[in-house]
Ligand binder design. Structure first.
Ligand code: IVH
Length: 711
């Protein structure tokens, strides 16, 4: 491909005008067809490198013969964007992540909380598997009738990218299975060994290509290649450790299921063990940690999973992690370097965050040049409670500082060696005005963070809000990332989210057009307008999250959306709860997981006039979709408010609550006129009495279990 063009290439300097004209026409056709193949999912004709080579050739010819530049010149179109080149696959069973444990106590606590949830005594045997946590990227492989038919990356957990052509090139991944269930989704980690990583980087250096920072980046970069032939040349490996959709169970235990995956032909990790409880798990962790340096591939901890699949089923999931598994992480890695400067960044909620500019240093295989310094107290040597940290040593520009990095977490400056402090170093003075808009930056009592009071007038806050708005968990607008937001904002094309939805109206036609901007062309502008149109119909939860209200994260946005259902109901409730008291406020803070701080922040955003107006301008552009719970139409308790009281004997309170919610019920802690069902065990007191007074249906535990049986 690339080599073919090289063979026939004539030096541009000796091209005649006629030859140039013919070649430009050919290049325009070639690039257009490559682009089309690229964007119509998964049929790329050439590698990114070959595509870039053609584009460079085209630009070189145009530079020599400017008059020959075509009206459909490929130079006016944005290049390939790998992330949009793959087809999307919706995971039938979400791909979740794992909660973390950082100490032996966390592991004991994990076991205790599982026992508590299941109502198991300390003496009841409870086994777990323990296995290395591979530092790669997860992949879900779907087999139907024994044939590999889909391979999806994790993506956002619900929708991933289809990398089937690439997965097929990985020798650890069987293309056919014998004796497997008819439908089987096998999940595991794609990774690269240390030796293969070193060799790849040597080859990359020799060709003048990108050098990868660590094996995980190399694995990710190699798997997400549009040209599967490049993936084939990169030695990727795969360990199977989990499964998704299944037509028949693999086993009744985790260890049995893993063994079965091994029998079906998958690589399973040889350090997987069955452990009888926390002591055993911690011992196996130490064993794995001792072998870490000699394994030949990166691991970043040990994963523990409840062995019984029946118990896994009872334990179920929190919003993004299973209750039945945890990752016990290895301690972080450290390095020392010079602090060259401290910059202040202004975030979406106005928080002023100090960022350390470091002389670049390698920490655990990754080059770190920036690290967080948290807040002004942290720099001064104090924690949030006013107590000394680092023995009260402050941090100054010029200091010799320790950088700490753990897994994916943002590196931080952890310590300072004042014996190496230069005489010229002076204490850092934290700004009291916003460095971006000049507004006062104030600290509320009890808040560790100083915030810019500029609100919507602060360009830094506005830009960060917009970046959040278009981000993956919010509106997820393809083709509009941090870079585009910054450009559009700088030029005044977009100042608030509503402006995104009038972009086409303003810059699709007329004097100033998006397609004529630097780096844009007819196609890319049309694609962006289309991507924006696609998001006019938006689920309520994404809208709430997209507003970027302080304290209101993704999980909270989901809860709020499910609670109110529609935008109108939410807006009305926020209006009614404005005084932060009364029934609407009580109803808001009764939402599971909602605290007064989050509720106050939510209500505050709607009460603030300028912000409210901006939200309304946005909503006027949208078709906000109603939030519905998972299909619980067959459930007799769907939409009902249930209260549990007294002692439950067949399930714990937490389990009862999770199950009721899964069936579409709302679980509340107190009885009111809104309560539909009271489930009362022995010892029920005032709540049972109140329910009787209000004429609310009351069931005992068996009555409840009969009601929800078979669901
Ligand atoms: S189990 C439902 N086992 O770690 C959870 N994950 O931090 C299924 N990972 O997204 C995951 N090694 O990519 C599991 N032995 C292992 C793992 C493992 C690596 C990754 C996986 C997951 C991430 C969570």
């Amino acid at each position: 491909m690339a080599s073919e063009t090289e063979k026939t290439e004539i030096d541009v300097r000796v091209l005649t005008e006629a030859e140039a004209k013919v070649e430009l026409a050919a290049l325009s056709g070639q690039l257009a067809s490559a682009n089309a193949a690229y964007y119509t999912e998964d049929a790329p004709q050439m590698s990114d490198a070959a595509f870039d080579a053609l584009k460079r050739r085209n630009a070189a010819i145009e530079a020599r013969f400017p008059a020959l530049k075509r009206s459909d010149s490929p130079s006016d179109q944005v290049g390939a964007a790998p992330a949009t080149g793959f087809g999307k696959i919706a995971h039938r069973v979400p791909m979740l992540s794992l909660a973390n444990a950082f100490s032996d106590e966390d592991v004991t606590e994990f076991d205790t909380s599982i026992r508590k949830y299941l109502g198991l005594g300390a003496d009841t045997p409870l086994d777990y598997t323990a296995e290395p946590k591979i530092d790669g990227l997860s992949l879900s492989l779907r087999y139907e009738g024994g044939a590999l038919i889909e391979a999806a990356t994790r993506g956002d957990g619900s929708v991933g990218e289809n990398v089937i052509a690439n997965a097929r090139t990985i020798t650890d991944i069987p293309l056919r299975l014998d004796g497997a269930p008819d439908v089987l989704e096998v999940r595991g980690e794609v990774y690269m060994s240390h030796a293969d990583f070193e060799a790849l980087n040597l080859r990359q250096t020799a060709c003048g290509d990108k050098v990868f920072a660590n094996p995980r980046n190399a694995a990710a970069g190699s798997l997400r290649q549009l040209d599967a032939e490049i993936t084939r040349a990169r030695p990727l490996r795969f360990f199977a450790y989990a499964w998704g959709d299944l037509s028949a169970p693999l086993s009744d235990t985790q260890s049995g299921a893993i063994t079965r995956l091994g029998e079906l032909g998958f690589s399973i990790n040889p350090l997987t063990r069955l452990c009888a409880g926390p002591d055993d798990m911690i011992a196996h962790y130490a064993e794995i940690e001792a072998q870490r340096a000699t394994l030949g591939y990166d691991i970043d901890g040990v994963v523990y999973k409840v062995n019984s699949l029946a118990l896994q089923g009872r334990l179920g999931f929190r919003s993004t992690t299973p209750r039945w598994a945890i990752a016990h992480k290895f301690p972080a890695e450290l390095a020392w370097t010079t602090l060259e400067g401290i910059d202040i960044q202004v975030g979406r909620t106005g928080a002023l965050s100090p960022v350390a500019r470091l002389r670049p240093v390698t920490v655990g295989g990754v080059v770190v040049a920036n690290a967080t310094l948290h807040n002004e107290d942290y720099i001064r040597g104090f924690d949030g409670k006013g107590e000394q940290i680092r023995g009260g040593k402050d941090i100054r520009v010029g200091d010799w500082v320790q950088v700490y990095r753990a897994g994916d977490v943002i590196p931080k400056v952890a310590d300072v060696d004042i014996s190496k402090r230069p005489a010229s170093a002076v204490p850092f003075v934290f700004p009291e005005v916003c460095p971006k808009c000049g507004s006062d930056a104030v600290r509320e009592p009890g808040d560790a963070v100083r915030r810019c009071t500029g609100g919507l007038i602060c360009p830094a806050q506005a830009v960060e809000k917009l970046k959040h708005f278009v981000s993956r968990s919010a509106f997820d607008i393809d083709g509009m990332g941090a870079k585009q937001v910054e450009q559009f904002h700088a030029d005044g094309w977009i100042t608030e989210p509503a402006d995104i939805f009038t972009l086409q109206e303003r810059y699709g036609t007329g004097m100033q057009q998006l397609k004529n901007r630097d780096g844009w062309g007819e196609k890319s502008a049309a694609a962006l307008f289309r991507a924006i149109e696609d998001k006019r119909a938006i689920p309520l939860a994404r809208l709430i999250f997209g507003l970027g209200i302080r304290h209101v994260g993704e999980a909270a946005s989901n809860m709020v959306a499910l609670h109110y259902g529609t935008w109108d109901a939410l807006a009305q409730a926020m209006e009614d709860a404005r005084a932060q008291e009364g029934p609407a406020w009580d109803d808001l803070i009764a939402i599971d997981g909602m605290g007064a701080v989050m509720a106050g922040s939510l209500v505050g955003a709607f009460a603030q006039e300028a912000e409210r107006a901006s939200i309304e301008r946005l909503v006027a552009q949208l078709d906000v979709q109603e939030a519905k719970r998972a299909d619980t139409s067959g459930s007799p308790v769907s939409g009902k408010t249930v209260v549990f009281t007294g002692t439950l004997e067949k399930m714990t309170r937490a389990e009862a609550k999770a199950r009721a919610e899964r069936l579409g019920a709302k679980v509340s802690g107190s009885v009111s006129a809104r309560t539909d069902i009271l489930v009362a065990g022995p010892g029920a007191g005032s709540k049972a009495k109140k329910a009787a007074e209000l004429g609310i249906e009351t069931l005992d535990e068996d009555g409840w279990l009969a009601l929800v049986a078979d669901l």
